[in-house]
Structures are given as C-alpha cells and as structure tokens.
Write a protein that binds this ligand. Structure first.
Ligand code: 475
Length: 829
C-alpha cells in the first residue's frame, strides 16, 4: 500500500492477518505454496516425498508461530527454567507427532486427499531422527513431549549428530552396521540459527594473571571450534506452548588460526579447519565403556560448553549478577554424559565472572540435578586423568579443587576413614588415574534420581552406598513414564478412538487418570469385541510388514509374542530363543492329535547389538538360524514361527507395539534400571511376560499379578543364586535345548560354541538356566489364558486401564515439583 503512514509495527500487524489458519483449504494453499517455492517443484507435478516435504513445511510454519509466542512469553514472565541436558534424544518421526499435538491431523488428511495424496503414505516418507541409542534417549524424547504439554518453561540441549544410530542390516543372519546419514534428504523440522553460535575451546595451557589485584586463572586454548544452534520445536498437546530442543553442530571457528594462513598453505589450512566438524559427526553406539575415547570427551564438553554459554547469556540478559541464578535455572543431567557441565559452570563463575570459590560452589550445588539410568558398574563412566589434562587442562584443576573441598567436608563427617574416602573420591588412584564421573555428578548435584523404585534401592544399597549414608536426603526416584500421545494417539489411532468412545471423552490424552475408568467396562462383551477388532487391524498391519521384511507369512490367529529392545546379555533374548527351541522341540515330538491343542505363536524379536559386542551379535545370528529351521519345517506350519525384525527403531516400534498380544521383559532381576518398552506395550493392551525387575514391580502393583505372567528369581535372590550357580544343575529341558544348539542342530556349530559356553553351568552369570523352568511355566500360563478369548480381552483392557501411572506426564509433574522446583508457564490461548 503506497502512502502508509503508521509506525513500522503497525504496518507489520496490518500485513499479518493473525495466525495461519488450520482449515483444509488454508492448508492446501500452504502446501501448494511450499511445493512451488520451498521444494521448488511444479504444483502440477510432485511425488509423495515432495508432498511430504511441502506438508512438513506447512506444519513447521505453524510450529514456528507457537514457538515464537512461547519464547516471548517465557521471556516476559522470566520463570525458573529447566534445562534438560542430554547427549541423546531419540525423537523418531516429527510429522505424525506434530499434526497430532497441533490438533490438525484430520484437516491435513482432508486437504491432501483433495490433492490426490494420502496422509498416511506421506507420513511414512519421513526417516527417523535417531540421535540416541535406546531407553535413555527415547525417555528424553517422551519427557520433552510431557514438558511441552504440561506448559513447563523448559529447554532441551543436545548434539546434532550428522550420523545417528547405525542402521542394522542383516546379511545371512548376521548384523552389519551401516551409517545413518539422516540429513541426506534435508530436515524440515530444524531451524538453523547461524547467528546463535559460541566458541568452544580445547587443549592448551593455563596461566595465572592478576585481575583487579587478584590472581586469576586464564585458559589459553590450543583449539577453538564453533558451536552453531539448530532449533527443533517441540509442540505440546492441547496447548499453544511449543518448547525448544536446541542441538549444537560443530563448525570451524572464524578468525581462529589466522596466523597460519599467512604461512601460505592455504589449501591445507582449509582442510584442517574442516576437521572441526568431526566433533558432532557421529553418535557413539552404546558400547558400555568409552574409557579413553578422546572424541567422546570432546563431544560431551562441546555440547555442555555451548549450552552453558547460551543459558548464561539468556540469564544475563535480565539479571545483573548471579544471586538469582539458582532461582531461575535448573540444570538436569541426563546420566553422567553431560556431567562435565558442573565443572564448566564452576570455571565460568570463577575465571570469567570472578565470583570467588565459595560463592561459585554454593551456586553450582543448588542448580544441578542428576538422573542415572543404569545399574551396570561398567557403564559408570571414568575418564583417564591424562586425557582430561590434555583436552581440558583448566577443568582438571577445578576437579582437583572440588575433590579437595569434598574430602575435607567428608573428613569432618566421617573422621579419618581413608578406605571409605578413597572409594568416594572423585579421583581414582591406581596404575591409571581416573576421574569418576558418577562420583563427580553425585557430589555436585542436589538431587540424585533413580528411574524406578527398585533401581533406587539398588543405588542406595549397591552403587552409591557410601554417598547414600552421607546424604540420604539427596537420593530420590521418579519411576519412568512414556507419552501416551506418541504411544497411543499417534501409533494406534484405532485404539485411541475406541478408548475415547468408551470413556465419552478424549481428556485422557492430557490427563491419563481418566484411563482407569476403562476398568468399569473391562468385562463388557461389546467393548471386548471392539477391542479385539482393533487388535486384529493392528496385527494385520504388522503381519504385512513382517512378510515384506522377512518373507515369512504369519497367521493372524496366532499369538504375537514380541521382544523388541537393544540386544544385551542381561535382557536375555537368548532365554527367549531357547524357549522357542523348547517349544519347537515339543511340537516335533508330539503326537499328531496333540498338535491340535497347541496355541499357535508368532515369536518376534528385534533390536540392535552394540557393534563391538560379540555375544550380542551371536544371539542375533542364533535367532536367524533357529528361525530358518522352524519356519521351513512342515511339521510345524502355523503352530510356530520365529521372525527377526531388522533395524528396530522408533517408527518400527510404532508399528510393532500396537500389533502385539504378549511382550517379554525378561532381564535378570537387578539389571534393568527401569525399562520403558513394557509401558508402551501396556498402554496398547498388550500383556506382559516379565521378571520382577526394574519398573515391573510397580506395574504389578497397578495391574495385579493375576493379569500378567511373572516368573523368575527376585532381585534379592539373585546374589545367592549366582553363588550357588556352579553347584546347582540346570534343568534337563534347559540342558537339552542348549545341547541342540551345541550339536549343530541349527548349523554354525563352531560359531555358537562361545555363546553356549557363556550359559554353561558355573558360567551362567545371567541365570538363564536357573530361571528356565519358571519361564516355561509362565509361557504355558500365557497359552492357557490366550485360548480363553474373554479372559484375555479383559486382561488386555485392564492393562491399558492401569497404564496411567506410567505416563511421562506423571514423571515430569513429579520432577517439576520435587526435583527442579519449576512451575507451568502457559501461553494465553
Ligand atoms: C536403562 N544408555 C533402562 C532407560 O531410564 C531405562 C548408556 C551409555 C551410553 C549411551 N547410552 C546408554 C543407557 O544407559 C540406557 O539406555 N539405559 C536405560 O535407560 C530409561 O528404562 O532400564 O537400561
């Protein structure tokens, strides 16, 4: 408009007529706009993938609007913010989740259908964002969803890996790892912030300087790398609040090393600069020990340093000094991986803000909270002092100072108990001197959380006993949870509709307490019938997928029995496979007439083995070898099938979980810190066959043992069983199935030898033999229950009805109140 005479802001408001509209016609216009101007295709010719891109950009526009408003609102209100620091986030797909949380799925589907596209087909075009390994990383993703939905002023911080978790391909039954270059086709869900970047320093030396009459330490780095922000909006459900997951990518630093440019080796200098990007190149697969891996330490420090610079900049925008810092900032350490941040914050407060030791230490101890996700001692990180000294020289000094202060404090409390002091010390003395990152985290955090009640007991009695005795009040637990938005609404739309219909409301999507009301209808034959129909639809989807992936045709009448999770000895996929062999052996040796009584099963196993974990890889091969024999045995037919689902990831889980009848969570008691897969199955009305480990005991409390199949040794029985293990003979059925593998019944005799040896009498650390009989009994109980359709349906409904306590909404409310001290900060709607 020529001649406009108002202010700049008025002009902007005039040009922008409110928020983007969500009716199908507006969405269509946006989609076509993006086809033409973002994807740069003709609106008269674009394929499914291009349509996915255009749709994603249209959804992203809506996310950005809300994201801006949310950030503005947080800025205005200046509440205490939670910063969730995690080296891993397993987000999976964003489109399907975003349209649900924005409440625009139906409108998108309608808009697309008139353009000749199917929403479901487009959603499938998206690859997974797999910036994490397993349980810990998916938990972070679920918690982000809950933080947004519950309107908490939270930020997630992590690393933007160019390569996510490896892709698993199976060749001849063996796992091979392939790089996951997930950014190949672009990523519409992130916003690159070229102007939000910070220098991160490494190596070099520390000097003393006099600043304002006081000696101060100055770190002269040997290398500087730039961290650039990529923002990923996380929308809440049923609220406009949209929070941010900020991931850092490494870029060569501008202005760094100018001198070497003058030496004339122009090309080589550019090549060297490029090496900076290696830091955020690749996610480390969970190999249980990272000891001595320099790149891992650099990744940790890189993301921590950039995040803290960002957090402090935001704080200083509003506050003139650090007095208010603990009232405005909560820093959550997701496992020990980001724990170097306690030292980095000390360094900033001491060396850059010149606060003085006492004041700085006082602040640090008020802002950090730590959650640990493991009970395995080998997973507790240690960093060799030499490595630390080279990469982060100033941080090592500060760790020594923290440790000195801690040791002095300890001496006052416990006297001269040097043995105990050396156990608790942050610095481990010995042939190789190490920094114990777990001890550092416990000392510097005001709260230490476990991820289930059982886990918390183990932390107190086995892992951190000395610390628990010193600071009992520090130790808490928050039983994990998963988000019902992703795990029911997104992945099981039929069940979602059914639940809302029978409850007469969809309020359970924001408030899971409503789910308990399903209990009242659990015996209703109409609900049971509809419930079975939903399961059947989901089993059909899964059966199709299985056929495409493995060529095996499975019967929908069979019980779908599923174990999907990372492959680990303690998770005992081997127990499952040996159980399948036993079942096979029974069927083979049965009279023809008895075969008619067998409850048909499809046993499904999926999961990735850590690349360097030999035994885990052998378990995958064994699964394939056994499957090959069983699936091709005409005596067996539909009575038993075994399939391995390759490349298990979040989007595969969304397909597998709703289609399962029974799922297995069978870790040796005392080894699974919590387990969250079980919760996803539970929500989807899938019965659990489980050991009393991790969060299972709490599930039993909610659902009742009579609605589950529980077996095996209890946590407190395991140590004694282990001691007796070499003297107690394993049951004959166990010996028989192991012998079948050993004798080469499934081929690869030599290859499986070490696997069989690992469970031989006297070496069976994970107690497969000892639990085998009760495992078979539990399996039999499941068969019996499955035949009684009414009973099974009722149990299944009760699983969903009792799953509310395992929503991450409950976990997050609990953290907010008891650990972080944060309040909701909701955008006015
Ligand atoms: C537990 N991952 C589950 C889940 O709390 C629990 C370790 C080292 C490096 C990279 N990743 C890891 C884990 O430790 C992990 O995933 N732990 C899992 O955390 C959430 O439910 O029992 O095994």
């Amino acid at each position: 408009k020529a001649g406009f005479s108002g202010t700049k802001n008025e002009r902007m408001f005039e040009l922008m007529d409110g928020f983007l509209k969500n009716d199908p016609v507006s969405l269509q216009k946006d989609i076509l706009h993006h086809v033409e101007y973002t994807v740069a295709r003709s609106r008269f010719s674009f394929d499914d993938f291009e349509a996915y891109q255009a749709l994603s950009h249209s959804v992203r526009d809506r996310l950005i609007e809300r994201w801006h408003d949310t950030q503005q609102h947080f800025k205005k209100k200046d509440p205490k913010r939670l910063y969730f620091l995690s080296l891993e986030f397993l987000m999976g797909r964003s489109l399907s989740n975003s349209v649900i949380n924005l409440g625009i799925k139906d409108q998108c589907a309608e808009a697309l259908s008139q353009l000749g596209f199917e929403y479901e087909v487009l959603a499938e075009q998206e690859g997974d964002a797999a910036l994490g390994n397993g349980g810990l990383a998916r938990l972070s993703a679920c918690q982000m969803d809950s933080l947004a939905t519950l309107d908490f002023p939270a930020w997630g911080y992590g690393l933007r890996y160019q390569y996510g978790l490896f892709r698993q391909i199976i060749i001849d039954g063996f796992q091979h790892e392939q790089p996951d270059y997930w950014l190949n086709f672009g990523n519409p869900w992130e916003i690159e912030r070229v102007h939000v970047s910070y220098p991160v320093k490494f190596y070099g030396t520390v000097k003393e300087e006099i600043v304002n009459g006081k000696t101060s330490k100055v770190w002269i780095p040997g290398e500087t790398v730039e961290a650039v922000a990529y923002d990923n909006p996380i929308p809440g459900y049923g609220t406009r609040n949209t929070i941010n997951l900020r991931l850092w990518a490494a870029k060569p630093s501008e202005g760094h090393d100018i001198e070497s440019y003058n030496t004339g080796d122009y090309i080589n200098n550019i090549v060297n600069r490029q090496k900076a990007e290696i830091i955020s190149n690749v996610l480390y697969p969970d190999d249980r020990s990272y000891q001595g891996k320099e790149l891992r330490l650099k990744q940790q420090y890189f993301f921590v340093s950039a995040s803290l610079q960002d957090i402090i900049r935001r704080f200083k925008d509003v506050h003139g000094n650090f007095d208010e810092f603990p009232n405005k900032v909560a820093l959550q350490l997701n496992d020990t991986h980001p724990s170097i941040s306690v030292v980095e914050l000390m360094r900033i407060l001491l060396d850059e803000e010149h606060l003085g030791w006492k004041k700085a230490w006082n602040i640090v101890r008020q802002v950090f909270t730590f959650t640990t996700h493991t009970v395995l001692p080998q997973a507790l990180e240690k960093v060799p002092v030499d490595l630390f000294e080279s990469v982060l020289p100033r941080h090592l000094e500060i760790i020594y100072d923290i440790n000195f202060a801690f040791m002095e404090e300890l001496k006052k409390k416990i006297g001269q108990d040097y043995v105990r002091m050396s156990r608790m010390s942050i610095v481990e003395e010995g042939a190789v001197k190490n920094i114990r990152v777990a001890n550092l985290s416990v000392v510097c955090s005001h709260t230490v959380n476990g991820v289930s009640r059982a886990h918390s007991e183990l932390l107190k009695t086995r892992v951190f006993t000395d610390f628990y005795e010193l600071w009992p009040a520090k130790f808490q637990y928050k039983t994990n949870g998963v988000t019902q938005r992703r795990w029911i609404v997104v992945s099981n739309p039929s069940l979602c509709a059914l639940i809302s219909k029978w409850l007469g409301t969809d309020s359970w999507i924001r408030n899971v307490d409503y789910l308990t009301r399903l209990k009242e209808h659990a015996s209703n034959p109409d609900l049971q019938h509809e419930w079975r129909m939903v399961k059947k639809i989901n089993k059909m989807r899964l059966a199709e997928y299985i056929e495409t992936m493995s060529g095996v045709k499975v019967s929908l009448d069979a019980m779908f029995d599923v174990q999907v999770k990372r492959i680990h000895e303690y998770k005992r996929q081997l127990l499952n496979i040996l159980g399948v062999i036993h079942r096979y052996d029974c069927i083979k040796n049965m009279e023809e007439s008895d075969r008619r009584k067998v409850v048909p099963r499809v046993c499904i196993i999926g999961g990735k083995a850590p690349p360097g974990y030999e035994i885990a890889k052998k378990i995958i091969k064994l699964c394939h070898a056994v499957a090959e024999t069983i699936n091709n045995d005409e005596d067996v037919g539909d009575l038993l099938k075994l399939v391995f689902i390759p490349d298990y990831n979040v989007s595969v889980a969304e397909l597998v979980i709703p289609g399962s009848d029974l799922s297995q969570h069978i870790s040796t008691a005392g080894h699974e810190a919590s387990g969250t897969g079980s919760m996803k199955f539970l929500m989807n009305g899938c019965l659990l066959l489980a050991t009393p480990d991790g969060s299972t005991n709490e599930i039993i409390e909610e659902i009742g043992a009579e609605n589950m199949f529980i077996f095996g040794a209890k946590i407190n029985e395991v140590p004694a069983l282990r001691e007796q293990e070499s003297t107690v003979k394993s049951p004959i059925q166990f010996a028989r199935v192991v012998r079948m593998v050993k004798d080469g019944y499934f081929g690869y005799k030599d290859y499986f030898k070490s696997l069989c040896d690992s469970i031989e009498n006297g070496k069976d650390f994970y107690l497969l033999g000892s639990d085998f009989t009760s495992y078979l009994e539990a399996q039999e109980a499941a068969d019996v229950a499955y035949v009684d359709k009414e009973k099974w349906s009722k149990m299944s409904i009760l699983c969903t009805a009792g799953s509310g306590r395992f929503s991450s909404d409950r976990t997050i409310e609990d953290y907010a109140e008891k650990t972080w001290g944060i309040q909701p900060c909701k955008l006015p709607s």
